[in-house]
Structure formats: C-alpha cells, structure tokens
Design a protein around this ligand. Structure first.
Ligand code: FMN
Length: 451
C-alpha cells in the first residue's frame, strides 16, 4: 500500500549567479545587479528553501568564465563550499548540496572539505560528483588535459578513494573518555593505502563521521559515464530534461539500469531542473517571460528558434505569428528535443515573442503561470514518473524564490505532495536513505592493525 510519503515529491532550490539562469536577470527591476557576489543572497535563499521545507539547496559549480561576461554574470563565482559553510550556520534542517569535480580535486581535499561541511551542518551535506566537461574549467587546472576515458577512470578512482577515506574513521572510534584518558580507539581509525592509476592517498581521514555518516552522493552528468555513475554509485541525480517525455523515458531507463545493478530505485531521486515564472494570471506570466527575454539577447534567441523550426524568421515582426506559408514548410529539428514544443506553440498562432516567452529554448523547461497552474505542472510531471524530484530555478532571484515558497509550496502541501514539516534532521533522512559511512564493504570488514 502506498503511504503518504510515497506520494511526496522531493524539491531542492538553486540560485545560479545569485539570481537565476536568465541572461538578463541581473537587469530585472529591483534585482541586486551584483547578486553573484553577494553571499547574503545565497544564505537567504537557503533559509527560504528551509522555510518551504525543501530537501535541499543545490549549488552547481564550474570554476571558469565560460559565458559572455559582457552581457551577464558568470554562472559560478563564489566557491560553493564556502557558501554552504555560511548556510550551515544560518539554517537547521535544509540539506546543503555542493559540487566538487573529480577532475579538479584530489580525493583527500574532497573527503576533508565535504566531511567538514557535514559536521558543520550536523549531517546535511550532499556531494555533487561531476567530471566537468572539456573546456574552460579544465584549462584552469591542467597544462595537459586528460582525455575523455582518463577523466572517467580518474573519476571512479576519486569516488572510491573519497568513500574509503570517509569510512577510514569508524563511527564508534571517538571515545572522549576523560577518566581513562582514551580520546579515540585508534584501531578504528585506519589508513586506506589507496593507490590507483591516477590518485593516491594513504588516509585515514582526520575527523569522525557526521550524524548521517557521510554526505549524500549526488551526480550531474550527461553521457554514458554520467548515466552509469548515477545507476551504480549515486543516491540522487541532477538532470536537465528538455521535455516531459524525455524525463519519463529517462527515469524508466534509469530504474531498469538500477535494478540490473541490484539497487533499489525507491532509494534514488532524480532532481529535474525546472525554471519557474510566477504571476497572477497566465497572460501576466507570458508578459513577464517576454520582458525577461527582452533584457537578454532577443536576436540570438530568434535565430535559434529559426534553427529549431527550419525556417528563416530573423526578418519577421516578432509581435506577429509566423505566417502560414512559412509554417507550412516548418518542421521540428530532430537534433533538439525541445523543437517539437516550439513547433506546437507556433502552430497555435502565438506571436513569435510569445513562442519564445514559453521557454522552448531555455536551459530548463519553464513552468509559468499562476501558483495554481504551476502546482498543476509539478503534479503532472511527478505523477507521470520522472524520478520524484525537481530542482527549482526561480526566474529572478530571491523575490521569485520567495513567491515560489509562499505561493506554490502551500498548494503542493495542501495536495499532500510535499511535506509540511521535516520529519528527519539529516539529508539522508529527508531523502529516505539509510546511514552510511564509507563503502558498504568497509562496514563489515574488521579494521585491521595500522601500518
Ligand atoms: C545537468 C548537468 C549539470 C552539470 N553540472 C556540472 C557542474 O556543476 N560542474 C561541472 O564541472 N560539470 C557539470 N556538468 C558536466 C558533467 O560533469 C560532465 O562533465 C559533462 O556532462 C560531460 O560529460 P563527459 O565527462 O562524458 O565529458 C553537468 C552536466 C549536466 C548534464
């Protein structure tokens, strides 16, 4: 029998650049134009997400400038670990998930930093494992870039070494026995002597596990390696599905792969990235989106829409619908999953501006409209089977995250789709995961005498 909890979705919030992912978001009326370097905004974001009883606040990270900084802030600026450390002290229950790349860090750095965060937050940390795509970030770290296969082989080693480091300090090791003078049972704190092809670390880690043991393992990655990592090693995944159909097919396939790997898909959450634009009517929401688009780079969006529909539209009046003679020869581009949505909108006679405002070419699918209709969309996707979770990206900073928490969250709660109170205190508990410290085999293996 399904319990109420089985009917509940999992949500995390994101605030890329301190404001969202819209190119012109920094120009939005009332926005802090330099939000990307205002740490208070991120901390307030985490507090707001906690007010909405969300599972976590999520920080992606690519340490490089890889967008057109002439027109928008870098997607990632502050070191996310430092932000989560601030958040840990300003919140009590919300999970704090941060990204550390397996290509840009040594295992001991990751194990130590993430355990520090886990202890600061009393068991609320999540490590988002990424390999980092080729390009600017890798160039900031290497003189010779690892090739694709080497990057993935290194990633598996880093993951294994980090988990072993975490497991190298047993949960019962700390004694703090003043009378006998025994601070810790050192037979339960042992080196791991990890020697891989790419990384080496002796261990042990230098602090005990947190209330949840070790951080929850998230991952965000495309390609075969990212998929396999999620299916065999991660507890949760951040995904960027272009459409609902893609998201349901992805989860179906992921569930099958997890079962094949002997894992329980009920203990795994896919956090589907969704952009949210809230207004008091559908019409206002469309206007809001169109205004945001206008602050970005409307010309390049128009060009891209033309590619999606395979027709020349750059010379057309964007406040008119695409003329029927052009629509007749248009077809959705097979190389972009989102093209069919753009095509369907154009067929419905929306003006070009309105087609774009619906978000068919945005990084995330956009849920726009009234709080009620946005809640309907979350429910529709959740019930269609997309892996239980969403990563909510507001369209313009704290104000829109506030609207989400104050207007959409209560509707989802009333429908029984979202928790009204936290029942656990760790991120593992929020996500229905058991305590874990290190690799499963480390739990049973007796820690042997140190060398
Ligand atoms: C939804 C999504 C989010 C990602 N977030 C990050 C990130 O925050 N930091 C990062 O370095 N790479 C990120 N990546 C890149 C992946 O780690 C990975 O390198 C990329 O998908 C290319 O795969 P490859 O390793 O097979 O080249 C992300 C990828 C996807 C699909």
């Amino acid at each position: 029998m399904s319990t109420n909890k089985d009917r509940q979705m999992h949500l995390v919030a994101q605030l890329p650049s301190g404001q969202g992912i819209e190119q012109g978001g920094w120009r939005w009326p009332g926005a802090d134009k330099a939000a990307f370097i205002n740490e208070d905004i991120y901390v307030k974001g985490a507090q707001l997400a906690e007010k909405g009883k969300l599972d976590g606040f999520f920080l992606t990270d690519t340490p490089a400038v890889y967008i057109n900084v002439k027109e928008m802030p870098p997607h990632h600026s502050f070191d996310p670990l430092m932000l989560t450390a601030l958040m840990a002290k300003a919140t009590e229950r919300i999970g704090l998930i941060t990204t550390m790349s397996t290509s840009l860090n040594e295992p001991y750095n990751i194990a130590r930093a993430m355990r520090t965060l886990d202890l600061f937050s009393k068991g609320r940390a999540g490590w988002n494992v990424v390999t980092t795509g080729a390009g600017p970030a890798l160039l900031n770290f290497y003189s010779g870039i690892l090739n694709h296969d080497e990057k993935h082989a290194r990633s598996t080693e880093v993951w294994e070494a980090v988990l072993k480091l975490w497991g190298s300090w047993h949960k019962d090791a700390l004694k703090l026995d003043v009378d006998s003078g025994v601070f810790a049972d050192d037979t339960l704190i042992q080196p791991i002597n990890y020697k891989g092809k790419y990384v080496t670390t002796k261990g042990p880690i230098n602090m005990p596990p947190s209330e949840q043991g070790m951080p929850v393992i998230f991952t965000a990655g495309g390609g075969n390696y990212g998929y396999d990592f999620a299916a065999t090693k991660a507890d949760a995944m951040y995904s960027n599905p272009p459409t609902l159909e893609y998201a349901t097919a992805f989860w179906k396939s992921m569930k099958a792969s997890m079962k094949q790997a002997g894992r329980n898909p009920d203990q795994f959450t896919v956090f589907n990235g969704i952009g949210v634009s809230i207004a008091s009517s559908e019409k206002e929401a469309l206007e809001r989106r169109a205004a945001l688009d206008e602050l970005g780079d409307p010309k390049s969006r128009l060009r891209y829409l033309g590619h999606m529909l395979n027709i020349p539209i750059t010379g057309l009046d964007i406040d008119k619908a695409i003329p029927p003679e052009l629509l007749e020869i248009a077809y959705p581009s097979p190389s972009d999953h989102r093209s069919k949505y753009a095509y369907d909108l154009a067929k419905k006679n929306f003006t070009i501006r309105e087609v774009l405002a619906h978000g068919p070419i945005n990084y995330h699918p956009i849920f726009m409209g009234t709080p009620e209709s946005i809640a309907d969309k979350f429910q529709q996707w959740f019930e269609a089977g997309v892996g239980k979770g969403f990563s909510v990206v507001p369209d313009s900073g704290l104000d829109s995250l506030t609207d989400f928490v104050e207007q959409v969250v209560p509707i989802l709660q009333r429908r029984g789709l979202l928790r009204e109170e936290y029942t656990g205190s760790t991120l593992r508990e929020h996500l229905g995961l058991p305590y874990q410290n290190g690799l499963p085999e480390q739990k049973t293996k007796t820690l042997i005498a140190k060398n």
